[in-house]
Design a protein around this ligand. Structure first.
Ligand code: PMP
Length: 353
């Protein structure tokens, strides 16, 4: 039946998401979810939403959520765009802000959704290679003609962060280009670019509730930037007549921001486990890239990542292995609870013996 597809759809290579297994008896360390549940305040707030209220459409402006985010991050509500997960926010970013005559730049090893969006929205792009240490080198972006730039900070799947000074250098060097910093993992030890926002109208920061706020299942993400950038995205969104957040997601997301102590505590627990896991993997002979995210990217000099991933799977542990030639020697392992991390290390001890 594909003769009914439009020509564009025929040429699309869709994004392949990490596996979401149907069984629950696996240790799931493959899609960077948070191992801890959301704050009890989130559960309470969602339970307090009356089913009867679901008869009514939600607020098309998501004013309450925008106000909550604005207060917390020290910006104004008109500097915030919200959406169903940062993937949807990114879709609006690509549509509204990243298509120009000059190409969009992003790293060759990065979030694999970016090239998919480019093909979907007809955006010309150039992939800029990471350097030999698997790092983004800002010098590779500063002197180049481009329409826009996007990268995650920390980068994914390497986990390596860029300092704020490098981002500022880029914003100064490319004042005509929108610079999008995808901060999906920033709470686990990266430096947020938000303090630069007031000085650089070409900066857009994208955030998600899926990682540090344990709410991947709720689908909430947002972008922060100059009101003109946000207005461009709202224009596209309104062309789809889409409601950004449903009533339940709004209640849960707002409550999550009201329990800061829980947020800090669970983020710290993940960071502690990451450091512990890094040490344990190094003892097994792995090279572990310096991660500031809720995952590590590691390779073993003697064992193929593909065979290790298969061996882990036989032991009911799933991690992520990418087939991309430059990183197919690496495993990306999400940080689980301390018990899950111990089981992973125990399994890898056997597999690398
Ligand atoms: N950006 C990056 C770098 C990611 O790794 C992810 C998660 N796969 C996302 C954005 C999207 O996350 P979500 O849609 O759950 O907010």
């Amino acid at each position: 039946m594909s003769q009914f597809w439009s020509p564009l759809v025929r040429t699309l290579t869709p994004y392949v998401p990490g596996e979401q297994p149907k069984v629950t008896n696996l240790i799931k360390l493959n899609t960077n979810e948070n191992p801890y549940p959301p704050s009890p305040a989130v559960t309470a707030a969602m339970q307090a939403v009356s089913a009867a209220s679901l008869r009514l459409y939600p607020d098309p402006d998501s004013s309450q959520l925008k106000q909550t985010l604005a207060d917390y991050h020290g910006v104004k509500p008109n500097e915030i765009f919200v959406g169903n997960g940062s993937d949807e926010v990114l879709a609006f970013v690509f549509m509204a802000l990243l298509k120009h005559e000059s190409p969009l730049l992003f790293p060759d090893i990065t979030y694999s959704f970016y090239p998919v969006y480019c093909r979907l929205f007809g955006i010309d792009y150039v992939e800029v290679p990471l350097n030999d240490e698997m790092k983004i080198d800002i010098g590779d972006y500063t002197g180049r003609e481009c329409g826009a730039i996007i990268f995650p900070n920390p980068n994914a799947p390497t986990g390596i962060p860029l300092p704020l000074s490098a981002i500022e250098q880029l914003l100064q060097a490319q004042p005509q280009a929108v610079v999008v910093v995808d901060e999906a993992y920033v709470d686990f030890g990266g430096e947020t670019a938000l303090p630069l926002m007031q000085r650089y109208p070409n900066l857009l920061v994208v955030r998600t509730f899926s990682k540090s706020r344990s709410l991947a299942g709720l689908r909430v993400g947002f972008a922060v930037g100059h009101p003109a950038l946000i207005e461009g995205m709202e224009r596209v969104k309104n062309s789809f007549n889409s409601y950004p957040m449903d009533r339940l997601a709004t209640a849960g997301a707002v409550a999550s921001y009201q329990d800061d102590a829980y947020f800090r505590q669970t983020v710290q627990a993940v960071i502690d486990s990451r450091e512990e896991m890094t040490r344990a993997l190094q003892e097994l002979g792995f090279t572990v890239l310096p991660s500031s995210a809720n995952f590590v990217f590691a390779r073993h000099p003697a064992f193929s990542a593909e065979s290790l991933a298969a061996g882990l799977r036989e032991r009911a542990i799933i991690v992520r292995h990418f087939k991309h030639p430059r990183i197919d020697q690496y495993l990306r392992i999400s940080i689980g609870t301390p018990e899950e991390c111990q089981q992973l290390v125990a399994a890898l001890t056997l597999l690398t013996a």
